[in-house]
Design a protein around this ligand. Sequence first.
Ligand code: SF4
Ligand code: SF4
Length: 622
Amino acid sequence: MEQSPLIGLEKKACTGCYACVRACPVKAIHVHTDSPIPEININRCIGCGDCVIVCGPKAITYRSSINEARALFESGGTIVALVSPSISAEFDDISDYRKLVTMIKALGIKYVNEVSFAVDLLAYKYLSLLNDFKGRHYITSIDPVVVSYIEKYHTNLINNMAPLVSPMIAMAKVVRKIYGEEISVIYIGPEISTKDEALKFDNYARVDVVLTFEELRLLFKEFNIDESNLEYSNVDGPLSYKGTLYPLRNGFAQTADMDENLLTASMFSIEGHKEMIKAISEFENNITTIQRHLCISFGNGLDGPGMTKRGNRLFKEHQVIKYANKRLQNFFRVEWYDNLQSYMEMDLSRTFTADDQRLPDPSPERIREILAELGKSENDLTGCLECGYDSCIEFAKDVANGLTKHEMCLSYVLKSNAQQGDSLRDMNEKLAQARKALKESEEKTVLEKESALQASELSNAMLEKLRSGVVIVDNLLKVVKANSTFTAILGEEAEMINEVIPGLAGADLNRLIPSNFINLFSYVLTDNESIENRDIQIGDNLLNVSIFPIVKGKVAGGIIRDMRAPEVQRAEVINRITEVIDRNLEMVQKIGFLLGEGATDIEHMLNSIIEFYKGENKKKKS
Ligand code: SF4
Ligand code: SF4
């Protein structure tokens, strides 16, 4: 059956914290500039599960095997469970390991065997291999994470891998030898790398389902399996000796009593993900000097992604040792030794396949360029290592290879933020200034509006007070404004319009006055010249008209006086008599010059007429 990838990322649950990116020891999780969500490159993954552990929102999950386990339980065949020696560190909440055995069997499993017997077996196989030294130093292949790491990132060390299967596969072979080839095997452990490891082996070495402790707990819950109503059961043999110590740092070496004396030991024991990476790199570069085998484990035995409890390393170690001691109370060395001998002949060999995932080194120029973009020079590479890389150069290489982005560099982000902060401050200051200017301009506009309104009201009032008719028109001869005297001069019809449209605003002048009058406005608007005191006859009315441009070619104003109006008549008589007097005076001065005194009488007579009219006018006003 085709399997889904070991590790999956639920994008919707991801908060983009990049803890997984920093945690991944082989940079199998990439960040691209066009997305805040990281992406898992499953080909580069070595199945360590660190990303699963660090992902707070549980956006990263490992492949579940619960459905496969259920299907196996329902199949009715013989199922054998292989439990990892770490089980004592996980199930400290179960009162007795024998209750745990019954609980596992309650799922429909017939036999429960311990992988620790295969650890014993392999430890002695390793002892023979290492003692039979033929000039080649080995790296242990007991941990699938280490095997995967070498197959993908140190392919030239494949021949240095000890050619032996892992404890899980070795135990699958042991139980098939005991119970028959047709049995189904379920492995239960703290790691997830074993899920992919199982896919590499078939037939006699087949492991049908790999469950983590976490998944086992889920199945207990689903099947309502609780220790309170179950009896004890013992694990099925063959039993182990010191293989139960396997989850501890030197557990594997101690299982076969390998030499751990620092003066004489031929093997270094290494545990932990950083330690694994550094040790393998050193092994590759300096093995001719180091001259030691490496017993390496990624360190998932007590804190793997399949365990439900994190930390408390010493407590977990204590649990493992406590369980080992308990088991040794009823230990029969002879029986164990016989079992060991009978399985030592079993073929536990394996081969490895290179799956090179290394990327080419970018050019030194490109690395220098990226370092400069990050604000670093080759002489100043003090790195905080917050990006998850061992050095700024390693980080720059992966930026060049498109595996990560500049923003993963803390100092780059801090500098960019500081720059952004400066420009944000500048922008805020400019915005504040603009806002102030806008406010001032708004206040000014309000004031201007108010004074314009006042001016308009004033001018309207003044217009209304005038005894002359006033009309202002635009270039289309539409009335912009007209006073009531103008409407009165035009007559009843205009006054009716004025009631509906005060000031005749928008009325067509063509419909209000005759064409000879219109022509005068057209002339002023076209030629931009004033017409003053032009008398025009409209029906029985004699109007005196002055028209002048207000805005060149666009607006013109007209002052119209009804010559029939008494005050206009009087004023006009005064104006016109004054005009006659002025002209006559000029003439009289000339005649006077000839006739002397006689002219004075004429002036006196004319002045008395003027005074008469002025007196009449004053009376009228008072
Ligand atoms: S650790 Fe989880 S939440 Fe954070 S970036 Fe990775 S997947 Fe997303
Ligand atoms: S399981 Fe390990 S190697 Fe794979 S993506 Fe997660 S952290 Fe990286």
